[in-house]
Each structure stands twice: as structure tokens, then as C-alpha cells.
Design a protein around this ligand. Structure first.
Ligand code: TYD
Length: 136
């Protein structure tokens, strides 16, 4: 069972250069899982909220590649809000954490690295069911 104690911001390597900066992520090195899938969320209209679910098994690492947004987390006991606004760090979110993403800035780009292939059965979309699962 995961809790907000397992959530953390992870700083990524950053090569600063007059020609522009470069950062990267290696699985099982900068993030604590193997990457099975990468997806990204973009062109989010002002005021829209994404997420609103938890995953039974999936771990994720979320980076604001461009712009900014908030990631609201809840482990069934406490809530925490992370504001992501740089491409050289990201938020590690383990399994069984309820999340939503909001306050997307214009032209923001959220990239998400996931530990699993896409599986609808891994979603928990009912908050009460999530709280029950999380307290087991
Ligand atoms: P969803 O995870 O509900 O988006 P969000 O949590 O950002 O609100 O996914 C939206 C839709 O995209 C949903 O119909 C499932 C589909 N989808 C895939 O087919 N593959 C994927 O890897 C992801 C993340 C979503």
C-alpha cells in the first residue's frame, strides 16, 4: 500500500549549455521503475481538470516539459498539491494514489512515464472504492 510518503520530486540531470539545456531520464536509475509506456497531455483548455482516478498497480513519473500545472494527490488519508513548472525535475507517483491535474498554463505539455502498458482494468475511478482499497 502506498502513501504520500512514497511520493517525491526527483531532480533530473541537467546539462546547461549556451546552445540550450539538455535533460534525460533512464529507467531504474533516475526513476524507480522500468518504463513500459510514455504518454503526454497537451492543448488542455483553460480550467479543465484531467485525471480524477488512481491506479491499482501503475507507477508514474510526471514532468512539465513545457508550461506549468498542478498535480493534486490524495492517499485516502491526506492530500498534497505539487506545482510542476520545470522540465528538469518530475513527480514520482506510486500505485494507489488518487490524482488529478489542473491549472494547466497555456501551451503546457505534461509528459508521463508509466510502469505498465495501458490497461483500463488498472483504473480506480470511484473515490470511495479507492479509499477502501487504500486502507487495506
Ligand atoms: P485518461 O487516463 O482517462 O486521461 P486523464 O487521466 O488525463 O484524464 O485517458 C483518456 C483516454 O485516453 C481514455 O479513453 C483512455 C485513453 N488512453 C489510452 O488509450 N492509452 C493511454 O496510455 C492513456 C493514458 C489513455
Amino acid at each position: 500500500m502506498s502513501s504520500l510518503k512514497d511520493v517525491r520530486i526527483i531532480d533530473l540531470p541537467k546539462f546547461e549549455d549556451l546552445r540550450g539545456n539538455l535533460s534525460f531520464i533512464e529507467e531504474n536509475k533516475h526513476i524507480p521503475f522500468r518504463i513500459a509506456r510514455t504518454y503526454w497531455v497537451y492543448d488542455v483548455p483553460g480550467g479543465e481538470v484531467r485525471g480524477g482516478h488512481a491506479f491499482k498497480t501503475q507507477h508514474e513519473f510526471i514532468v512539465a516539459l513545457s508550461g506549468s500545472f498542478d498535480v493534486l494527490l490524495d492517499d485516502g488519508t491526506e492530500k498534497r498539491n505539487y506545482h510542476l513548472n520545470r522540465s528538469y525535475y518530475g513527480l514520482y507517483v506510486p500505485d494507489l494514489i488518487w490524482r488529478s491535474m489542473e491549472n494547466f498554463s497555456t501551451n503546457s505539455l505534461a509528459i508521463v512515464l508509466s510502469s505498465t502498458h495501458f490497461d483500463l482494468d488498472d483504473y480506480i475511478r470511484d473515490f470511495d472504492i479507492f479509499v477502501r482499497e487504500a486502507s487495506r
